[in-house]
Design a protein around this ligand. Structure first.
Ligand SMILES: Nc1ncnc2c1ncn2[C@@H]1O[C@H](COP(=O)(O)OP(=O)(O)OP(=O)(O)O)[C@@H](O)[C@H]1O
Ligand SMILES: N[C@@H](CCO)C(=O)O
Length: 322
């Protein structure tokens, strides 16, 4: 269970007191997640999620929390952060930054079909449009600069073949980033980590409806196409092999385009961005695996999965049907 910072009932009670959410009746550490400490908080008024941020700083967090508030106010289903009497949504607990947000209804859809992919694609486009007038700016902190910094740190742990694959891909992405086509991609606030475990669905089997996107703590201003690529690499692949399930990917993109049609350059660069998205998560998983931080019990994600995904994207580039 990834509880990095233990919180007692008394500490939780004192933390929620200024937030006008009622009286504490329950507190439970959440096992999933590898970035932050999360607790489900129950009060006589409802259910909430308390997050203590383990890596992000007081300077970085306003971008994420105000983005969630901005999107929630525009009707995108995301957890809305709770403010104190002064309107502040970033708080402090045990000396670390912390927030209390609404708990979303439902659960994860870990074996998605067309129906789920279409809903995620459609909502992603609506989220991109709703974020366009968000005034704060922060780059994607897990973007190209971070890959370039982190790849050298993990190289000592790799085989010769992995060393070549990751180094060549980084060089390819650096060259791509310098191209006018890449620099002209439509951009804005993106989620950047919208995997199956960061989306909720509720309802009867076969009729589930999307109830929310959450875990915005890798969000940043970057190309919308990168967000689409991250999703396609998780929602629309065979998890055993990394192979793209093309009809599911086509359904995802078609649903996205009903709200925001892709530009010509976006269609052209999608295969390269799907490689970029695979590189991003291969690198972060290698980093978490080989250079772990303290946690009560941390189970890092399997890096080899994204090595397979990257290889599959290189071997079989995919363009959405036109
Ligand atoms: N607002 C929310 N509503 C309902 N459940 C939530 C909410 N936020 C978090 N959870 C639950 O807590 C679990 C862990 O949260 P999360 O995925 O944000 O962890 P993390 O460590 O911050 O991130 P990561 O996914 O990057 O490892 C989720 O899988 C989900 O079950
Ligand atoms: N979604 C990420 C974890 C958070 O960055 C992964 O699966 O590696």
């Amino acid at each position: 269970m990834a509880v990095f910072t233990e919180v007692s009932l008394d500490e939780a009670r004192a933390f929620i007191a200024p937030l006008d959410v009622g009286t504490l009746t329950g507190l439970r550490g959440i096992g999933a997640g590898i970035e932050n400490t999360n607790y489900f908080v129950t009060t006589d008024r409802g259910e909430y999620v308390l997050t203590i941020f383990e890596r992000l700083t007081f300077e970085q967090l306003p971008f994420y929390l105000h983005l969630m508030q901005h999107l929630a106010r525009r009707g995108i289903p995301v957890p809305d952060p709770h403010a104190d009497a002064a309107g502040e949504i970033l708080h402090t607990l045990k000396g670390k930054p912390a927030a209390l947000v609404d708990k979303l209804e439902g659960g994860h859809q870990l074996a998605p079909d067309h129906h789920h992919c279409e809903q995620v694609g459609g909502m992603l486009a609506r989220m991109h449009l709703a974020g366009q007038d968000y005034p704060r700016h922060q780059p994607n902190l897990r973007g190209l600069a971070w890959w370039a910094e982190t790849v050298p740190l993990v190289l000592p742990y790799l085989t010769a073949a992995q060393h070549t694959l990751i180094s060549e891909e980084l060089a390819f992405q650096q060259e791509l980033a310098d191209s006018p086509a890449f620099q002209g991609l439509p951009a804005g606030p993106i989620h950047a980590d919208l995997f199956r475990d960061n989306v909720m669905f509720a309802g009867l089997p076969g009729h589930e409806r999307l109830t929310g996107f959450f875990d915005f703590y890798f969000a940043g201003v970057d190309s919308f196409l990168f967000d689409i690529a991250v999703c396609l690499n998780d929602w629309c692949i065979d998890l055993d092999t990394g192979a793209l399930i093309e009809d599911r990917a086509a359904a995802f993109v078609a649903a996205y385009e009903r709200s925001r049609p892709l530009e010509g350059n976006e269609v052209r660069l999608l295969p390269a961005l799907m490689r970029a998205a695979a590189l991003r998560f291969w690198t972060s998983r290698l980093w978490d695996f080989h250079l772990p931080r303290d946690a009560a019990l941390l189970q890092p994600h399997d890096p080899a999965h994204f090595e397979r995904v990257l290889q599959a994207r290189i071997d079989n580039p995919w363009h959405p049907p036109r």
